[in-house]
Structures are given as C-alpha cells and as structure tokens.
Design a protein around this ligand. Structure first.
Ligand SMILES: NC(=O)c1ccc[n+]([C@@H]2O[C@H](COP(=O)([O-])OP(=O)(O)OC[C@H]3O[C@@H](n4cnc5c(N)ncnc54)[C@H](O)[C@@H]3O)[C@@H](O)[C@H]2O)c1
Length: 158
C-alpha cells in the first residue's frame, strides 16, 4: 500500500507519546530501534546489561530532542525485569511497545559448547522474552492496546 506524504505524517503522529521498552539497546540494532522510535515521539526505556551502553543510547536520544531513560540490567533475570517494568510505570505510567532485541549467539561447535553456555543462550534469547512479554501483556490487556516485536535470527531456521 502506498502512503502519501500527508498520510505518512498522520501515521507518524500516532507514535507520539507512546511508551516503549527496547531490550539490549545499548548498541547495534536495538540502539537503532530505540533511536528510531524516539525520533517519532515515542518515550523509550533503554535496557542493556552494560549500564554505560544504556546511558550512551539515552544520551544520543536526548541530544536529538527525544525522551528516554536508562533501565540497565540483565533482562534474563526475573528481578531485573520486575524492576524495569516498575521503572516504566513510574516514569511513563506503563508500556505500549515492547521490543525484545537482546540476544547472544554461540560462535562455536556443538562439541565445544558446555551446558552452562547453552543455558545462558536459552536464558537471554528465550526466557527473557517470556518474562518481559508476561509483564507487558498484563499492562497491554487492561489498556486494550500494545505492540510486541521479538527480534530473532535466520539462525533460528537452521
Ligand atoms: N547483527 C546481525 O547481523 C544479526 C543477525 C541476526 C539476528 N540478530 C539479532 O538481533 C539482535 C541484536 O543484534 P545486534 O547485532 O545489534 O547485537 P549486539 O551484540 O551488537 O548488541 C546486543 C546488545 O544487547 C546487550 N545484551 C546482551 N545480553 C543482554 C542481557 N542479558 N540483558 C540486557 N542486554 C543484553 C549487549 O550488551 C549489547 O549491547 C540480537 O537478538 C541478535 O541475535 C542480529
């Protein structure tokens, strides 16, 4: 469907004031997603396991005139997830958009991968999404609105 300039503007206005959490947004794809959302007027909670990275993304967003706060921590940890959503409630009164972007990969053979590493991959790539979606859906249901994006990889198909 073609969107004309005016429609595009109206479309963009619909983002204004919405509230997002982007996990692992201290660099890379997550950072770009957080910046893009903020440029459309979305208020963003920037999560990353490395606090300095989260702060850096917040700096980029605020310098560009957007609104964001840092919500650092390991998103596969249930207590981090609880805290991050509490912060979202306190700062913005809830959430409209969840982007589950944080992810890690094994760059090694199966033989060389130990159980600890395997469990870590599952925790960050899978359990974290389960935890954040649970918290988000609870809030989205009561407001009858919400958008959830889970970033995967072509590797998931292999
Ligand atoms: N870059 C690619 O070509 C590519 C391809 C396929 C899929 N992906 C997926 O896209 C997503 C982002 O990729 P990227 O290349 O931007 O990754 P990246 O490694 O550049 O950035 C990921 C960020 O997530 C953070 N992070 C890692 N574990 C975390 C945790 N437990 N809690 C909170 N933050 C955590 C890291 O500190 C880092 O800042 C990942 O899920 C990745 O699997 C990327």
């Amino acid at each position: 469907m073609h969107i004309t300039g005016l429609d595009e503007e109206r479309h963009d206005q619909r983002w204004e004031g919405q509230r997002a959490l982007v996990t692992g947004s201290g660099q890379g794809i997550g950072q770009a997603a957080a910046q893009l959302l903020a440029s459309k007027g979305v208020r963003v909670a920037v999560n990353d396991i490395v606090p300095e990275r989260a702060e850096a993304t917040v700096g980029l967003i605020t310098q560009a005139g957007g609104e964001a706060f840092a919500a650092p921590g390991d998103i596969s940890n249930p207590s981090t997830v609880e805290r991050v959503f509490q912060q979202l409630d306190e700062h913005y009164g809830g959430i409209d958009i969840l982007v589950n972007n944080a992810g890690i990969i094994i760059k090694d053979t199966l033989d060389n991968t130990d159980l600890e590493r395997w469990n870590r991959i599952l925790a960050v790539n899978l359990t974290a999404d389960f935890l954040t979606i649970k918290q988000a859906v609870r809030r989205m249901r009561t407001q009858h609105y919400g958008r959830i994006v889970n970033v995967s990889s072509i590797a998931a198909k292999h």
